[in-house]
Each structure stands twice: as structure tokens, then as C-alpha cells.
Design a protein around this ligand. Structure first.
Ligand code: ZN
Length: 400
């Protein structure tokens, strides 16, 4: 079990002057290649799912694979939604297993950016999930980067950034200092003077988007100036496509799986290069020892019901299940009847929370209060409620 709290992971990087890679995944090849690279470099890593890429895969289907890879890994892993566009998508991401959020309202005017970001921060913090906000605008020049991030780049203004951070409560700030989303046009010119001022003004760790195409010297300098996370995708997509083109040339009658040969290796090699350059290689053991693990909590409720017929009860149970499932931080809701007639408790609910922070906000949520009032205050009795936290010693997947 190597899922760790993303806030802790990035603060370790902040304290030790290195940056963690957040690599956007668009297929299982990317997922396996990024985890393999991080394992081979003993580096902490962020598996990143970008909302603008949702046309390439089904978010609900890819998340169980991403979570399984994170749990199986022996290096520390966090899972983030990248470029989330709204409160609704942020809630969905947490409920599907993301433990970090990047909210991108950077194309809205400042007041609106603050309003949306603050609402996401309040919700995410009630689930223990940290949020990256973005101020200034990182645009793309060509291809996919330009389609997904149209318009002109706006560099982040330090005084505005300070007030944005204070008003929104974001944990990390993505800044615009001259990078582009997607492919660079010529050599990237970064405004390090601005980065220095931003670092002094906001006093929280910084994030860079549009990492593809920067040179080694630029990459080495960023973590010394408060940058703890670098988002990286285009270069991975380019090396994967190059590997496929080479295979097409060598094997023009090849099948899909023939042409895919070499893709994973190419992505893995590029990720390894980044992890070494950004200083995160070799940090896995320290991060695992110093960061809190990210583990689910399950609430078990067992009870009996009186004065309610089966149809009425069935309807109430299924309506309640749908409402409870939508509450921020709820991963899953199971409700069932005892198999044996003579069991002491006839009904059970198992509600899985993203982590223990969720318990408080869940029990105060209007939909839970309503559920509780309808079922427990009126019909249910002899109920027992217990919260259980996953125990790494028992599962045998030790967090060491
Ligand atoms: Zn980005």
C-alpha cells in the first residue's frame, strides 16, 4: 500500500528542494511505464488524470486501474485530477479515488477564479484532499496543447498571487512564468525573476505546467525556487508516437499490438530522465517514512427496522444509497439484508470514505442528516455504528 497523502509528499519535496513529476496518463501503457520508471528510480510520483483528456478514455474505467497500480507500487504514489473544471468534477474525482486536485479556472476573470477555487478548496479540505490552484494563464502554441488551452499566455502577477492564495486557501499554486501547454516553439524563455518574486510573495509551494521542452539547466533551477511539482505530458506523448512511427516503418503489415511495441519502454526512459533531473530519484524511502499513508475508512452500520413494509423499505434504501454515494469523499455505499433469518441485525450499511477526515463532514452533510432522520429516527432501532480504518499489518501490504 504505497498511496500517500499528496500534501505530505509535496511538502517533503519543498523542504528538500526537489520536484515530484505529475505525469498525465492517457492509457494503460502510460500508467505502467510511469510506475515502472518511478520504481526503477525509487522516486515518489503523481499519477495524473487530466480532465481535458477525458475524450481519450473513460475516467470511471481508468481510475480502478490507476488505484490498483498505486496500491501495488513499493514507491510512494499520489493520484491527482489535473485541470479539473468545476466543483462537480472535483467531487467526482475524490469519490473515484483521487487524493489531490488541480483546479483550473485560470481562464476566468480573477473574481470568478477565486469564487470557484474557494468552493473546491472548502469541499476538498473537508475530505483531507489538497488543492492546486492556477493563476495567470499557460496557453498552448500548436497541436493538442493549443486546442485544449487556446488564447494567449498571461504571466502570473506576484501581488495578485498573494491575494489569490489568501482568499482561496489553496495548498499549492500553479504559476505562469513562460512555459507553454504542449510543444515549445523554439527555446523556452522562463522568467526566473518573476518566479523568485512569486515564491517570496505566496509562501506556499509552487507548480509548473507545460514542463515539456525545458532544458536541463532550467529544470534543475526550478526546485531551488519553490517549485515542488512539474506537470508533464506532451514529451511522453511525442516519444510514444515516435516509437509507433518507427515500428510502422519497420513492420508495415504489423497488428495493433505489433505497432505498440517499444511504446512503454520509450515513455519509461523519458520519465526516468525527468525523475533524475528533478531530484526526486532515490527519495522513495524518506517519503514513505515521513508521509502519512492514504487509507480508506469504512463505516459499518447494522440495525433492525420496524413498522415498515418491504416495498417502502426497498425504496428508501435505494434512494438513500444514491444520495449518500454523491456526498463528497464517499467512495462506495453498500446496503444489504442478513442472509439468515435469525441473525441479530437484519440490515447493514457499509460506507467507504476516502479517508478518516471525511467522517466529520459526512455526518454533518444535509443528505446524511435527512437519511438518518427518515430511517433511523422513525423506523430503525437497535443500531450499531463503527468506523474501521484499513490496517496495513493485517492486510500484509505493510507501509514501511
Ligand atoms: Zn497543464
Amino acid at each position: 500500500m504505497a498511496l500517500v497523502n499528496m500534501r505530505d509528499m509535496l511538502h517533503h519535496a519543498y523542504d528538500n528542494n526537489y520536484a515530484v513529476g505529475a505525469f498525465d496518463l492517457v492509457s494503460l501503457d502510460f500508467l505502467e511505464a510511469v510506475v515502472d520508471a518511478a520504481e526503477s528510480c525509487r522516486a515518489p510520483v503523481i499519477l495524473s488524470i487530466a480532465e481535458p483528456h477525458f475524450s481519450h478514455f473513460d475516467f470511471e474505467l481508468i481510475m480502478p486501474a490507476v488505484e490498483a497500480a498505486a496500491k501495488r507500487a513499493s514507491i510512494p504514489v499520489a493520484i491527482q485530477l489535473d485541470h479539473g473544471s468545476s466543483l462537480e468534477s472535483a467531487i467526482k474525482a475524490i469519490n473515484l479515488g483521487c487524493n489531490g486536485l488541480m483546479l483550473d479556472a485560470s481562464d476566468s476573470e480573477l473574481r470568478e477564479n477565486v469564487r470557484v477555487t474557494r468552493s473546491v478548496v472548502e469541499m476538498a479540505h473537508s475530505c483531507g484532499v489538497p488543492v492546486v490552484g492556477e493563476l495567470g494563464y499557460v496557453a498552448g502554441y500548436e497541436g493538442e496543447g493549443a486546442e485544449l488551452h487556446p488564447g494567449a499566455t498571461l504571466l502570473t502577477v506576484p501581488a495578485e498571487a498573494k491575494s489569490y492564495v489568501e482568499q482561496t486557501g489553496v495548498d499549492f499554486l500553479a504559476v505562469s512564468i513562460g512555459t507553454v501547454q504542449g510543444r515549445q516553439k523554439g527555446r523556452a524563455k522562463l522568467d526566473f525573476q518573476r518566479l523568485k518574486k512569486l515564491n517570496e510573495a505566496v509562501n506556499i509551494p509552487l507548480v509548473i505546467h507545460g514542463g515539456s521542452g525545458l532544458n536541463d539547466e532550467q529544470f534543475r533551477k526550478l526546485p531551488t525556487m519553490g517549485v515542488v511539482k512539474i506537470n508533464y505530458y506532451t514529451a511522453l506523448s511525442d516519444v510514444a508516437a515516435r516509437a509507433m512511427r518507427t515500428e510502422c516503418k519497420n513492420n508495415s503489415a504489423g497488428s495493433f499490438t505489433d505497432l505498440k511495441k517499444g511504446v512503454k519502454e520509450a515513455i519509461c526512459a523519458e520519465v526516468q530522465r525527468c525523475l533524475k533531473l528533478w531530484g526526486s530519484a532515490g527519495r522513495a524511502a524518506e517519503v514513505l517514512a515521513q508521509c502519512a499513508p492514504w487509507s480508506v475508512v469504512e463505516q459499518l452500520i447494522i440495525h433492525n427496522v420496524y413498522h415498515m413494509d418491504d416495498v417502502q423499505l426497498g425504496r428508501l434504501m435505494s434512494e438513500s444509497r444514491a444520495l449518500l454515494t454523491a456526498i463528497p469523499g464517499v467512495r462506495e455505499v453498500f446496503s444489504g439484508d442478513a442472509l439468515r433469518e435469525d441473525d441479530k441485525y437484519k440490515f447493514c450499511w457499509v460506507i467507504r470514505f476516502a479517508n478518516k477526515t471525511v467522517i466529520d463532514s459526512f455526518t454533518q452533510h444535509p443528505d446524511f442528516l435527512n437519511f438518518s432522520k427518515k430511517l433511523f429516527k422513525s423506523y430503525a432501532c437497535e443500531s450499531v455504528t463503527i468506523n474501521y480504518q484499513e490496517n496495513p499489518r493485517i492486510t500484509g501490504l505493510g507501509h514501511s
